[in-house]
Each structure stands twice: as C-alpha cells, then as structure tokens.
Design a protein around this ligand. Sequence first.
Ligand SMILES: O=C(O)C1=C[C@@H](OP(=O)(O)O)[C@@H](O)[C@H](O)C1
Ligand SMILES: C=C(OP(=O)(O)O)C(=O)O
Length: 450
Amino acid sequence: MSGHGPAIPMTSRKCGPLKGEARVPGDKSISHRSLILGAMAVGETHITGLLEGEDVLGTADAMRAFGADVERVGEGEWRVNGVGVGGFAEPEQVIDCGNAGTGVRLIMGAMATQPITATFTGDASLRARPMGRVTDPIALFGAQSYGRDGGRLPMTVVGARQPIAVRYTTPMASAQVKSAVLLAGLNVPGKTVVIEKEATRDHTERMLAGFGAEITVEDTDEGHVITLTGQPELKPQSIVVPRDPSSAAFPVCAALIVPGSEVLVPNIGLNPTRAGLFYTLQDMGADLTFENERTEGGEPVADLHARYSPHMKGIVVPPERAASMIDEYPILSVVAAFATGTTNMPGVHELRVKESDRIDAMAKGLRAAGVVVEEGEDWWAVDGMGPEGVRGGATVATVLDHRIAMSFACLGMASQKPIHLDDGSPIATSFPGFEPLMAGLGAQLVRTNT
Ligand SMILES: O=C(O)C1=C[C@@H](OP(=O)(O)O)[C@@H](O)[C@H](O)C1
Ligand SMILES: C=C(OP(=O)(O)O)C(=O)O
C-alpha cells in the first residue's frame, strides 16, 4: 500500500428507480482479523469471501512481512500458513497500512508482545490519526513506541521482550483498541483482561474462540469484561466471511431515497454490534425488512430488502447505539436530508477521528447541497428537506475518506442537481466494484475530468 494515487473525480446524477440485487463485498473487519489470526495460527487457514479492498490487501502484505505465507487462490479465496503465536519474524521494511486504521492498530497490538521491532506508516489520512489509544495499552505489556508528535505515524514499535499480562479498561468505545489489547495478550503468559463500558463489534472475540483460544465475556457492573488466557496454540480455521453491513448501507440507503426503487442486498452480516443503522432506518419509517434470517459461520446473517420510503421522519438516534453504527453516520445523514424533520445524532465524538473528521466533511458537503446542518464537538443534527427537497448542485471534497465519497455519490442519485466528487478513489479501500454495482442497479455515477 503505497498511499494515495491520482484523484478520480466523479459525478452522480438523479437517476430512475434503483432495481435489482446488490452483492456487496466481504466484511472489512472480519477480513482483517481472518488474515491476522490466520498468520498467528499453526497450519493453513482457508478464507472465502475475503474483501479484496486496498485496506485488507495491505494487511495481507503486512502478514507476509511478519513471516506468514499468504496466498490468493481465487476470487476472494485465500490461504494463510501461520507462524504460530509468538512466531512473527521481524519485518525488513516499513509496514505501510495505507488508509487502514483497523489494519495498523490490530497489527501493532499483535506484534507488541513479540521480541521484534517494526515501523509503521500510512497515507496522509492515517498519518493524521491518533495512535496513542493503542500505544498506551501496549506500553503496559512492556512495548515501547516512538512516533511523531501527538502519537502519529510513522511510528516504530519495539515489542516487549518479557511481556506481562494486563488488565485494561478502554477509555473510548473502540473495537480497534480492544482488539489490539487482546491480540497483544495472545503472546503473554496468564490472563489479559479488557473491560469496555459500551459493547463494540465483537468479531475478535468470536474469532479467537473459533481459533481455539480460551476467552470469556461477562457483563458486570464494571462493563463488558473480556478475559483471554495467553499463549494458546491457535488452530487453523476455514472462514467464510459474510458480506459487509457497512457496505450494504450504501445500496440500501440509496434505494430508500431514490423514487420507485426496490433493492435486495443478500447475505449481510447482522451481528448486533454492527446492525445499528438498519434499526435506526426502521425507526425513521424506512421500508426495510430482513429476510431469511439465519446463522452462518457463527455470525447472524439476513437478506436486506429496501424499498423507496418517502415518509421517513427525523429522530434522535440513541447514543448507546453509536458503536453499532459508527461507520454509518455519514450515509445516515444523507437519508436524514431526505426525511421530514430533524435527525439528531448525539454521542459521536469518535466520528471526528476517522479517515477524516466525518462530521465536518459531511456538514460541509451537505450545506453546499442546500441542507441545514448544526454541529457540536460530539453531536450533529441534519434538517430534513423532504423526499424531493434536496437541491444538490455541489462539488464535495472526499478528504481521503471512502465513506464520505460513497455517501455523497448516493446523495447525488436523488438530489435535484448533480453532485460532483473531487476524488472517488478512496472508495477502493473498502468497496471495490462500488461503481459497477450501483450502475447495475440503475445509478448514474460516472468518472469525470473536471
Ligand atoms: O475493529 C474494527 O474492525 C473497526 C472498528 C471501528 O473503529 P474504532 O475501533 O476506532 O471505533 C470502525 O470504525 C472501523 O471501521 C472498523
Ligand atoms: C473507520 C473506518 O476504517 P478504519 O478505521 O479501519 O480506517 C471505516 O471503514 O469507516
């Protein structure tokens, strides 16, 4: 992952009804974890449905640099021959995680208790994001880190030579921090405990159990207490990655706002720690149903059926739901613009430290498209303009952020005038194939030279 290539300007215009089936790619969170845990197991892990987006490909390269044998054997089909817990080799080159916060933070955790040194970097977005949230807890295990001012990349991590088990309460709702601590705990004798006050996505816990680690989760007065017994032998797995609910959000929400649409998005992971957006849309009055609910590979899965919904109303999104839909606020704010009344989104400070400051990026673009947005440090509110009321006619900055780019692409499908994206290239980090998939449903999203 060498960072950012040439900008790809795009224009999204009002289109006819979106119709058909949207087969979105594999889950990004589960894909990163499959490669990392596969690399820490002994023997061959087989993965199907892996997301082949830039973020995850960066993690695959990183696992090779740490000594695992990682091979693509078909579309979305990968084999990982792991080196075992504690078996990472010292990388000879700087590890470039591109745009991927999940990639760099989980890998830093995984190597922090091994007797090796590694240097990490990323693109301009990732180099601006805070890493102290991971370097603080890994320091408790005995790892040292040397980064730029404010705990920014590039950063060198010197793994602990004699790591000690840790009991750590995460200071913010973050699955990346929780996962970094758990992955660090793998190579430490004794029990590592992570406590989170609010539940965040639990793919690491589920997958660690699947790979044979001893891990327990309890709800107590302190919060959600996760206890991992260190130094297990992880057993290779056969992993089927479900399709990504965070990617499904785009065709689902586009269908809700484009008149006459009806879209089926099959096989979507509906882990309750990820499904908050869909419940919020239902609360707003969206015509969105879950069909064929089932369990696959230990994760709840359903087909999502979304139809044009001209009667949606603004609501207050419960702040306790924030972690389960944290990446979906940008596209929710687009839907909110086509509803009636105000949608209030409190308790979302974390949005300010993603690939971009997502409140700022969305507020700027929405205002340029004629929508009234108010904001504070950890909240924002969007005034609905009604189903036909969003003007559009703006050029928006996507600020190296895939979710901002896809959100505004969806807005342009239903606004009166087109939306121009200054750069659609970040979409490839999480959703390769977004443009042909949306075009197949009937969207008019084209690359432009302006
Ligand atoms: O653990 C993960 O896979 C992720 C956790 C979330 O980040 P935080 O842990 O920073 O909330 C989310 O925004 C990110 O897209 C993926
Ligand atoms: C926040 C995101 O990813 P990451 O933190 O992995 O860059 C995201 O995909 O919306």
